[in-house]
Design a protein around this ligand. Structure first.
Ligand SMILES: Cc1ncc(COP(=O)(O)O)c(C=O)c1O
Length: 402
């Protein structure tokens, strides 16, 4: 019998979310106002330990609002980790500012605090001060804030935390979302907490009030429609927020499950020579959103090739984020460092990590993945022990690049 496909990080819905959605529908609060929206924002304040929250249509919208609220625009530079999803950089362009990319810590993929400081010092030497530092809590693990906050305080640069992937994670006991002056969450369909599509900006109350105003077409207070500033249609619907409330009620359980999945990958894969499972628990406690393995390219095939093998077996895996400074869109953009990020991309592969992944499915992923690692071009090694496969000469042990 054919196996059901295994996705990277699919939504994990329960009867609770379904009931909340139908209740919101039946109440006729379906537009971007209503009790579920208020409750969702209150829950987000509490999860992130922040003063205020505004729920919006996407994480990208939240980041865009953060930059607008901080008054960042043409002529400004924003430091952005080069290893991230493109939205972190795009929003800088939306406001007419320039993203300056910063290399990653080779052990985690998260921004390297030393490279960040180097970027600031180099810019300082030529008379520039970045308008903000955007941090990204990569794959669900917080960036190294102990060092980043110290540096940003020293140079008086505000942090915008892109916590799109990290709801429920912590760093030194503080929750994701609490590190920047403003922080963005994503509730896109592939995130640990999803509203089908959505996001939120959290942080300082006065700044969030301004973001709320901009997110509702910047409507001034008057009976008629009065507008003195450029705004956006970014507010989340009450229906989506109702799903979000139920997801947040289950947050502890969702995180416990993804952390257990991560732990099992660490336990069962890290002994393989030439393979490194990026720990989510190095600088804090990640939420386990995605487990990423780094594959020694002298021993194994390229991540894209291995993803292809997994895909043939109905398992979705992905190469890790391609660095922004390598993206056609951002070629020629300023970057500090970049070698660690290049290696991260060359070696990184994300394994299925969704909270709904069953033990049996994870067993199938681990078996198929280790088999794919040991496969060589012409001889099917599936019947051989992986350790034997690893003894094969280097060239014979590689799957050709697709
Ligand atoms: C790091 C990062 N930033 C920003 C976003 C944008 O979020 P959204 O897709 O909700 O716009 C995502 C995810 O999609 C992300 O992973």
């Amino acid at each position: 019998m054919a196996h059901a496909p295994i996705h990277l990080s699919p939504p994990d819905m329960s009867a609770r979310e379904r009931r909340a959605l139908l209740d919101a529908f039946d109440s006729n609060w379906i537009a971007p106002a209503g009790p579920a929206l208020n409750e969702f924002e209150a829950r987000l304040r509490s999860v992130s330990g922040t003063e205020a929250a505004v729920a919006v249509t996407s994480g990208t919208a939240a980041l865009h609002l953060a930059l607008r609220v901080l008054g960042i625009g043409p002529g400004d530079i924003v430091l952005v980790p080069t290893v991230t999803f493109v939205a972190s950089a795009n929003v800088v362009r939306y406001v007419g500012a320039v993203p300056h990319f910063v290399d990653c810590d080779p052990r985690t993929g998260n921004v390297d605090p030393a490279q960040l400081e180097r970027a600031i010092l180099n810019l300082d030497a030529v008379g520039y001060r970045p308008a903000a530092v955007m941090t990204v809590d990569l794959y669900g693990a917080c960036a190294n804030y102990s060092e980043i906050e110290r540096t940003c305080r020293r140079f008086d640069i505000p942090i915008i935390e892109d916590a799109a992937e990290a709801i429920g994670a912590t760093h030194l006991g503080r929750p994701a979302g609490s590190f920047g002056k403003l922080a963005a969450f994503s509730f896109n369909g592939n995130k640990l907490v999803t509203t089908g599509g959505g996001g939120a900006l959290v942080g300082q109350a006065d700044l969030i009030e301004r973001a709320r105003y901009l997110s509702s077409q910047a409507r001034d207070s008057a009976l008629h429609f009065e507008h003195s500033e450029l705004g956006y249609a970014y507010r989340l619907s009450n229906i989506s927020a109702a799903i979000g409330c139920s997801q947040l009620e289950r947050l502890d359980r969702l995180v416990a499950r993804t952390r257990a999945i991560h732990r099992r990958y660490v336990d069962e894969l890290s002994h393989i020579e030439g393979l490194d499972v990026i720990s989510q628990d190095r600088d804090g406690r990640g939420n386990g959103w995605l487990t990423v393995v780094q594959i020694d390219r002298d021993r194994f095939a390229a991540p894209a090739s291995i993803c292809g093998r997994l895909s043939d077996e109905g398992i979705e895996a992905r190469p890790s984020w391609k660095p922004m400074h390598q993206q056609p869109l951002y070629l020629g953009s300023p970057v500090t460092g970049g070698h660690a990020a290049n290696t991260h991309f060359d070696q990184g592969l994300c394994l299925p990590s969704g909270s709904a992944l069953t033990e049996a499915e994870q067993t199938r992923v681990i078996e198929t993945f280790t088999r794919a690692l040991g496969v060589q071009p012409t001889i099917e090694l599936s019947s051989l022990d992986l350790r034997v496969a690893q003894l094969l000469p280097r060239q014979d042990n590689r799957v050709p690049m697709s």
